[in-house]
Write a protein that binds this ligand. Structure first.
Ligand code: AMP
Ligand code: ZN
Length: 119
């Protein structure tokens, strides 16, 4: 499958890993939006939040557990962080392999609503 994050999972595209187990990988975003910006992905290819099936729910729960742990390890658990999932065209989802952005390490702006380009 021609999927960027599957290639990162397989190791054919390099990444700066910050956590890995049999099911989940966390690596640094190549274009960080804040001092801390990592991506939490399942190794299993799931296209987006829309494609999550009931059998995937333990995996999604584990991604949250990993987010909690990684936030602590990266020093933002207390200062705060944002966990973001983009799903579908209006969200700007660019990579069609489900992922959470974990962003922190600085005061974050308010959540954006409707962008000019969508208005
Ligand atoms: P999204 O717009 O939610 O699909 O986010 C995709 C994210 O993947 C963006 O923040 C990109 O900067 C990031 N990204 C794209 N290619 C790479 C890569 N090779 N390594 C790490 N992050 C990447
Ligand atoms: Zn994939």
């Amino acid at each position: 499958m021609d999927c960027l994050f599957c290639k990162i999972t397989e190791g054919s595209i390099p990444s700066q890993k910050v956590f890995e187990n049999e099911r989940i990988l966390v690596f640094k975003d190549i274009q960080p939006a804040a001092p801390v910006h990592v991506l939490i992905i399942p190794k299993k290819h799931i296209g987006s939040m829309n494609d999550v099936e009931e059998q995937d729910l333990p995996l999604i729960a584990e991604m949250h557990q990993v987010a909690q742990q990684v936030a602590k390890e990266l020093g933002v658990a207390e200062s705060g962080y944002r966990l973001i999932n983009n799903c579908g065209p209006d969200s700007g989802q660019a990579v069609h392999h489900i992922h959470y952005h974990l962003i922190g390490g600085a005061k974050l702006g308010a959540l954006t609503g409707i962008s000019d380009s969508h208005a």
